[in-house]
Design a binder for this molecule. Structure first.
Ligand SMILES: Cc1cc2nc3c(=O)[nH]c(=O)nc-3n(C[C@H](O)[C@H](O)[C@H](O)COP(=O)(O)OP(=O)(O)OC[C@H]3O[C@@H](n4cnc5c(N)ncnc54)[C@H](O)[C@@H]3O)c2cc1C
Length: 815
């Protein structure tokens, strides 16, 4: 009996020590005491007792670092070095880009929420708010997206002029150079507002503020380059584009075949040292109208004019459009969204070395420059455009589902539609929270590379789901293109957001987890760096510290995952008692399970994990779900934890945690080492899969928030162009939503007291209203109100039609 009791005590003590992440010394003392008590009470057999004491001695020896290094770490380091996959310079640059932020906490298995809470809330300065309310609203007002997409194939000239004059292209250019000097959050809000109105305008504005000449000059340009270009870009005198992609290189952008060879040549009448460039680029946004081209190419110095190195590496330079040898001006036609985009070719283009961004000193640094800037840019442009589209679509569709009646009910009152509306609102909230909190982190100094991948892939993917849902709810209204169509062009544009700045399949499969596992893991990078240290004594010391830290970390994560799975993480201390406390606890549980599975996958599969893309993608999905759920919780707190939004928070967290569980389950189901998968299943899911998707009851509550005016809609619509003015259907829908309660009451009176009793015989609402007024069921004022409301609703419900010659450009006759 004493044996059984002590065994239980051993297990409980081990779990406790591991759960609390106590140091090795605590294990050694605790186990010594327990073994002494066990020996005294149970008097075990000689061999068994000997083995237990031997194990304890080994445990104590692990505390003696010099011995541990000599016996374990030094020999293991040799094997580790052989297993360590080689890494190209471009891979290393990509891995080292940016900083580790909240993503690192999620990898820790025990996230410290105070670090997330310390992040300042997303706020606009008075100047940024004024820009959003002023020039940004005006630009929205100036654009008729159907005119732009169908008739003109471009933004109108006055919109181009306004964009340049008001500094839309200069949001990231510092004020000292004449730019707006906006923060990342403000920049994101401007794109949100534009994207809800016009994908063409949003894409046009996004590009100069994203990865490109201005950003590269800001960070790496020489003073002369900054002083020359930044004021011109800020004033809109120069239009930039950035050309990286070519016909042979898309996703694998580092494999650029375009060359720049160092040579002497004549530039502006003088012989100078420069580059002879040959390139072929495509898909380049703003290229057809650009006056200055940022170009990425591979630089060579075969004649050793600069030094010993022949292949200098990827380099970025700035080329004025009129440089001889450049062919530019033709346009691609990206899915009916006619923002300026086209190919550029260059044949023996000669430019001086000063054209290199940052000057000759930055030759060969192009890839590092690009990936460093992408770690910020990918959090902003595409996620903001996708959020803007989703928020606008959700608000419009919620209102439409309220005013559009079928079977005598608003279509939004049917359960099937409610489920879709709840999903739209939930997804839009997640997207908005993720972009707001992450851009606020950037404004506070973070350069979050892994979250950038998460936002790029998952926010744009959620955007696609919202667009699909919106199309389903609006039905034929959304299908018939024309000035009255709010959704069609946005829906068409979705694959653009999915493809650019790192196509989503690649980002999900290779980047999020691949980069995170090395960059954010508390020990992996330390082990790799230590192992590669040429100072062997130092290498062994650092490697030993990282290796044993890693071991303790893995044991702790196993204990934490198991205990939290058994207890539903109910006892995990998250230093928080509010209504959302349980979600913090659930994220902690997933963080421990994810950290454990990360170690198991890396240990069991090593470099092969890179090839098992679907496993790495699913692990990345678990991380992404935790990240997005954290953003939702943080955003909710930043908004002052309004109780009306609580059902949406519940929907978002339940959905994301359920998805996290399913992705983790997917990892286990497909893990190639089956016995290991079975063991992990026991550890991570000892009670089976216990999370469920949001229930229908919750969906109904959330859908109601989309179907009525209120603070939740107002908060979501803060950056959306909802101003009630002619030409803005979004504004008209919001205005009608305010009238819907009264209109529904009056319609009900007409139906119940007039139509159902047979006193009213008219079939359509206007006829019924007239009869109701005659019968005294409606006052004159009520009848006028209902007539007016119905006319405005029908103006929204009606779609466009065209004379045959108005469609198509060739004017073909139909026989
Ligand atoms: C509208 C638009 C605007 C653009 N603007 C610019 C610009 O201004 N400047 C610029 O330089 N470029 C620009 N691009 C290029 C853009 O960045 C590329 O299209 C993108 O990198 C993808 O390249 P690709 O289209 O050739 O796809 P491919 O590279 O051919 O990929 C095809 C598919 O394979 C997947 N894939 C590829 N490799 C892997 C892998 N290892 N694992 C899993 N999946 C993989 C991709 O995810 C994708 O789904 C633009 C593109 C578009 C469409």
């Amino acid at each position: 009996m004493y044996g059984a009791i002590t065994t239980i005590l051993f297990v409980v003590a081990a779990l406790y020590l591991a759960y609390r992440r106590l140091p090795l010394f605590s294990y050694s003392v605790t186990f010594t005491l327990l073994l002494a008590v066990y020996t005294w009470l149970a008097r075990p057999e000689g061999v068994w007792q000997g083995l237990l004491w031997l194990a304890l001695v080994v445990l104590w020896l692990f505390n003696v670092r010099p011995l541990r290094r000599a016996l374990i770490s030094r020999p293991f380091l040799r094997t580790y070095l052989k297993l360590l996959p080689s890494m190209s310079d471009t891979e290393r640059d990509a891995l080292e880009a940016g900083t580790v932020w909240w993503d690192g906490e999620l990898f820790s298995g025990n996230p410290d929420w105070s670090k997330l809470r310390a992040n300042p809330p997303a706020r606009l300065s008075a100047e940024e708010q004024a820009f959003l309310d002023g020039p940004c609203e005006t630009l929205c007002r100036m654009i008729d997206e159907f005119d732009v997409t169908h008739r003109r194939g471009d933004l109108p000239p006055e919109a181009w002029e306004f964009i340049k004059q008001q500094g839309f292209f200069a949001m990231i250019i510092p004020k000292q150079y004449g730019g707006l000097g906006f923060g990342a959050y403000a920049h994101s809000c401007v794109l949100v507002k534009l994207a809800g109105r016009s994908v063409t305008a949003a894409s046009t504005v996004a590009v100069p503020n994203s990865l490109g000449p201005a950003e590269l000059l800001n960070h790496y340009g020489t003073e002369a380059q900054k002083n020359h270009y930044l004021p011109r870009l800020a004033r809109g005198e120069d239009i930039p584009c950035f050309a990286l992609t070519g016909p042979r290189v898309g996703s694998d952008a580092a494999a650029i075949p375009d060359t720049g060879v160092v040579c002497r040549g004549i530039y502006q009448g003088r012989e100078v040292l420069g580059l002879r460039l040959n390139f072929s680029k495509r898909y380049i946004t703003l290229a057809p109208v650009a006056t200055v081209v940022g170009l990425a190419f591979r630089m060579f110095d075969p004649e050793h004019l600069l030094g010993d190195t022949v292949d200098i590496g990827i380099t970025c330079a700035l080329l004025p459009r009129d440089t001889p040898g450049i062919t530019i001006g033709r346009r691609h036609f990206p899915l009916n969204i006619p923002f300026q985009n086209g190919p550029i070719q260059g044949h023996d283009v000669f430019v001086p070395l000063d054209s290199i961004i940052g000057g000759p000193a930055m030759a060969g640094q192009g890839w590092r420059m690009l990936v460093e800037q992408l770690s910020v840019g990918r959090c902003i442009s595409l996620p903001s455009n996708a959020s803007g589209g989703a928020l606008a679509a959700t608000l419009a569709t919620g209102a439409y589902a309220r005013i559009r009646r079928q079977f005598n009910l608003p279509v939004g009152k049917f359960e099937g539609v409610q489920l879709v509306l709840a999903r739209m609102l939930g997804h839009s909230y997640i997207m908005n929270a993720a972009r707001s909190v992450t851009t606020a982190a950037i404004d506070a100094g973070a350069r979050p590379a892994v979250p950038a991948g998460i936002l790029k892939a998952h926010v744009t993917e959620l955007g696609r789901r919202v667009a699909n849902d919106a199309m389903d709810v609006q039905g034929g209204k959304a299908i018939m293109l024309g000035p009255k169509n709010l959704l069609g062009r946005g829906y068409q544009s979705i694959p653009i957001a999915i493809t650019v700045e790192g196509a989503n399949i690649l980002t999900r499969n290779l980047i999020i987890f691949g980069q995170g596992a090395i960059r954010c893991h508390p020990f992996v990078l330390k082990e790799m760096t230590a192992a590669r240290n040429p100072d062997r004594a130092r290498a062994v010391r650092d490697f030993d510290a990282a290796l044993f830290g890693h071991l303790g970390f893995a044991i702790s994560n196993a204990a934490r995952a198991f205990v939290m799975a058994l207890t539903f993480a109910r006892f995990e201390d998250v230093q928080f008692t509010g209504a959302t406390r349980r979600y913090f606890q659930h994220i902690e549980r997933f963080s421990a399970s994810f950290a454990l599975m990360t170690d198991v996958a890396m240990l069991a599969l090593g470099g092969y994990l890179k090839k098992k893309e679907n496993l790495s993608a699913r692990l990345g999905d678990v991380l992404s779900c935790m990240y997005l759920a954290s953003m939702v919780l943080k955003h909710y707190e930043d908004e002052g934890s309004p109780p009306e939004d609580l059902p949406v928070i519940e929907w978002c967290c339940r959905e994301l945690l359920y998805q996290a569980q399913e992705h983790l389950h997917g990892v286990l189901r497909n893990f190639p080492v089956r016995w290991l998968a079975a063991s992990m299943r026991l550890c991570i899911f000892p009670r089976g899969r216990t999370y469920f998707a949001p229930p229908d009851r919750l969906a109904r509550t959330v859908a109601d928030l989309a179907l009525a005016p209120g603070p939740t809609r107002a908060r979501l619509g803060r950056c959306v162009y909802t101003t009630a003015e002619p030409g803005n259907q979004q504004g008209e829908l919001a205005a009608l939503l305010e009238l819907a309660d009264r209109a529904e009451l009056l319609e009900k009176r007409v139906r119940v007291e007039g139509v159902k009793t047979g006193r009213i015989t008219a079939l359509d609402l206007p006829g019924q209203v007239r009869q109701a007024e005659q019968l005294g069921l409606l006052s004159a004022d009520e009848a006028r109100f209902l007539d007016d409301y119905d006319a405005r609703v029908m103006a929204i419900v009606n779609v466009d039609d065209f004379a045959p010659h108005e469609l198509g450009t060739a004017g073909a006759a139909v026989g």
